[in-house]
Ligand binder design. Structure first.
Ligand SMILES: Cc1cc2nc3c(=O)[nH]c(=O)nc-3n(C[C@H](O)[C@H](O)[C@H](O)COP(=O)(O)OP(=O)(O)OC[C@H]3O[C@@H](n4cnc5c(N)ncnc54)[C@H](O)[C@@H]3O)c2cc1C
Length: 373
């Protein structure tokens, strides 16, 4: 086999596409391989579309750094390239004394991370969100929302303009280290075939631990094993979207940031995601968790939402490194030369705020790639 591809990116979610848009050059042969019929069918199209500000994450973690940098980059590229977005801001609200104490910790962590935040008085809370109830709150003016499909279309277009080629219905089933790089084995419509590539970038989302394993990494030892968390969204009908002026979040109590107000660029109102760990990928929904929604602390802050306004709407599944009950886990973005895999770059556990962080992650990875090619 004489022909060698320069870069192979596994996965056409927002991360794979953002990286492709950053590393593609006319002088490089870059392929994106995607097992589905088209791009962005998994985490990247089943999320809250929030441009996070970087409030919640441990100081100096990759999540905090990439989120803050991504926030700025995302607004810039949305503005320049006509991608729909709204810098609507968000309020985090406490509805009791215990939550108020937790809110203070979150506020300090956000400030420590360099996020612009403003504590609100009761009067300001009433002015900004007259229909919200709470005893303490702060405003994050740099939180917003983005049309995630339009964002992915932009990354795809930019990468293609720079010569990237994308293969759909192409499932990566094996990766082997060879002297000139990696032999990547794929299964597609007409059977299996393999090719050699100098660099592999693993952006396989929910399956990124499996792809790392294909390359010979012991994912238990490396602590790369992913846990899947299903998040359910409920639509809110009855024109209640008109009663809200920005995103509203509770003080987090369970997995991730808690059931919150989700608004899209057309101001469609949903609540969610209500997260729970799952063993299989299944996006089916029924209303069996409605009681959990009604019990969530977000409902205390939004008394105008009635049980009959809520209907199951959609779901997404997130790739979490954090096992049930475990503490903070950071993104893994690593060139695996220390594991004897030079030219193999892993992105594992790119959960929230991955959408926000995508342009920053792409820059970070492109620096790693430039050192290799
Ligand atoms: C419910 C939910 C809410 C979220 N809310 C937000 C939010 O508001 N703001 C925010 O910033 N982030 C949010 N996130 C996180 C964000 O959506 C993810 O971080 C981001 O989409 C991850 O993108 P990705 O490209 O890594 O993964 P994915 O979008 O999952 O893409 C991975 C791709 O790899 C492909 N693939 C996998 N294995 C193979 C293989 N063997 N061969 C070929 N292709 C393969 C898959 O088919 C898939 O298309 C949320 C996530 C969820 C689930």
């Amino acid at each position: 086999m004489s022909h060698i591809v320069d870069i192979t990116i596994i996965g056409a979610g927002v991360i794979g596409l953002a990286i492709a848009s950053q590393v593609a050059r006319k002088s490089r042969e870059v392929y994106v391989l995607e097992k589905n019929e088209t791009f962005g069918q998994e985490q990247s199209s089943r999320n809250s579309e929030v441009i996070h500000a970087g409030i919640y994450y441990k100081k100096d973690s990759l999540k905090a750094k990439m989120c803050l940098e991504g926030n700025g980059l995302l607004y810039e590229l949305c503005e320049k390239n006509g991608i729909a977005y709204k810098k609507c801001g968000k309020i985090i609200v406490a509805t009791n004394e215990t939550e108020a104490r937790e809110l203070e910790i979150i506020y300090r962590r956000g400030k420590d991370n360099g996020v612009p935040l403003k504590v609100l008085s009761q009067r300001e809370m009433c002015q900004l969100e007259p229909n919200m109830r709470g005893i303490a709150a702060f405003l994050s003016p740099t939180t917003g929302i983005v049309d995630s499909h339009a964002l992915m279309m932009y990354f795809l277009g930019k990468a293609r303009d720079n010569g990237m080629q994308i293969a759909y219905k192409t499932n990566v089933i094996g990766i082997e280290k060879v002297s000139s790089g990696y032999e990547v084995r794929v299964k597609e419509l007409f059977g299996d075939f393999s090719f050699i590539t100098r660099v592999v970038i693993n952006c396989a989302g929910l399956y990124s631990d499996k792809v790392a394993e294909m390359a010979g990494i012991n994912i238990d030892k490396a602590n790369y094993k992913l846990h899947w968390c299903k998040g359910e969204y409920y639509s809110v009908s009855g024109g209640k979207n008109r009663l809200i002026n920005r995103l509203i979040y509770p003080v987090p109590t369970g997995i991730s940031v808690g059931v919150h107000v989700c608004l899209d660029v057309d101001w469609r109102l949903r609540l969610g995601p209500l997260f729970y760990y799952v063993k299989e990928i299944n996006y089916k929904l029924d209303d069996s968790r409605k009681t959990d929604f009604l019990k969530s602390n977000m409902m205390q802050a939004l008394p105008f939402i009635e049980s009959y306004d809520l209907e199951p709407e959609s779901s997404g599944i997130m790739a979490m490194l954090q096992a049930k009950g475990e503490g903070f886990r950071d993104f893994i973005i690593r060139h695996e030369y220390e594991r004897g895999l030079p030219g193999f770059i892993n992105l594992v556990g790119i959960e929230t705020p991955g959408l926000t962080a995508s342009p920053a992650i792409a820059r970070y990875v492109s620096i790693l790639v430039d050192e290799l090619l």
